[in-house]
Design a protein around this ligand. Structure first.
Ligand SMILES: [Fe+2]
Length: 309
């Protein structure tokens, strides 16, 4: 094919096609004048040992220095709620609340598996009737799944945890009631409004293929088992980004025009240092209506957890 014909072919491609080739959504008429800056921190595992409240103060200062328009939290605000009674978990919630109160603007959070309290309390007290009762009360969170709008973007916060009576104890799952809510929420969102989803358990990850080999499946407690059903609900919408936690690594994948980010961890390897070379940190996104920019920011914590613990 001649150069001239090549040029004609290129000119013949619409802007929308070129945007798809570049891994972007077509430009939106609702394009914001400037990108929205989002800080995304996840997997804090707040507790009181090993000077970790000092680490959280350091993390808060680093997050605030970013002067983000929106701050999102990906869950696991506290550590080991599952086998804690509400009394055992209270000091951990207090440590987390100190971080939450120090961050501006006020973070908006999803729940993680560690935030469910009192399923099998180790102190022998009776199991919680509702393991989400404590996180709701401590975080003033009447609903664990919800949505809000800011700066021309629609944010959807999912509750991705389902407790299960097997050895895994929970799995990643968006249940029928939440799916109904999600579809009803999306019905009110214009097709060209860019959407950001926040979920603790990932909808998409390459972690197991990269650490265990290409044929390694994602365990049911490490990915949302009905991810395709969830993503199908966005079929006629502009799903710009999915922000995920749970795996404590910094990972970015793009499927079609949607960017899936797993956002490292504030606690790194559960306060033992970096995990798979992802240090203790958080992420900063610049949200454009047609694409996202992502950078991971370590906040400089040197782990103080003794090797024996
Ligand atoms: Fe975690």
């Amino acid at each position: 094919m001649s150069l001239i014909r090549n040029r004609r072919v290129l000119l013949g491609l619409g802007a929308a096609t070129l945007a798809l080739l570049a891994g972007r959504w077509p430009e939106s008429p609702a394009a914001a004048a400037r990108p929205l800056k989002v800080a995304f921190f996840t997997d804090i595992h707040a507790r009181t040992e090993w000077d970790t409240p000092e680490a959280l103060a350091q993390a808060a200062a680093a997050i605030n220095a970013q002067q983000a328009d929106v701050v999102l939290c990906g869950g696991d605000m506290i550590t080991d709620g599952y086998d804690a009674s509400p009394a055992m978990a209270a000091p951990r919630w207090e440590a987390y609340r100190a971080l939450h109160a120090a961050i501006h603007p006020e973070p908006v959070s999803v729940v993680g598996n560690h935030d469910l309290v009192g399923v099998e309390p180790a102190d022998g007290s009776s199991p919680a009737a509702d393991p989400r009762a404590e996180v709701r009360a401590w975080m003033n969170m009447p609903q664990t799944y919800r949505s809000f709008d800011q700066g021309g973007f629609h944010f959807i916060l999912l509750d991705s945890i389902e407790l299960t009576p097997d050895e895994l104890k929970y799995r990643g799952f968006i249940g029928p009631e939440q799916m109904d809510w999600l579809r009803a929420d999306l019905a009110r969102v214009a097709a060209d409004t860019p959407i950001v989803v926040v979920t603790h358990i990932p909808l998409l990850t390459g972690f197991y293929q990269m650490t265990g080999g290409i044929g390694e499946p994602v365990p049911a407690n490490r990915g949302v088992v009905n991810n395709r059903e969830v993503l199908a609900a966005f079929e006629n919408h502009r799903l710009l980004a999915v922000l995920q936690g749970h795996l404590h690594v910094n990972e970015l994948l793009r499927w079609k025009n949607t960017t899936f980010i797993t956002g490292g961890a504030v606690c790194g390897k559960w306060w033992r240092g970096p995990w798979h070379e992802t240090p203790e940190g958080f992420g900063v996104l610049l949200l454009h209506p047609d694409r996202v920019e992502w950078e991971y920011h370590p906040y400089g914590w040197e782990a103080r957890r003794p090797a024996s613990q």
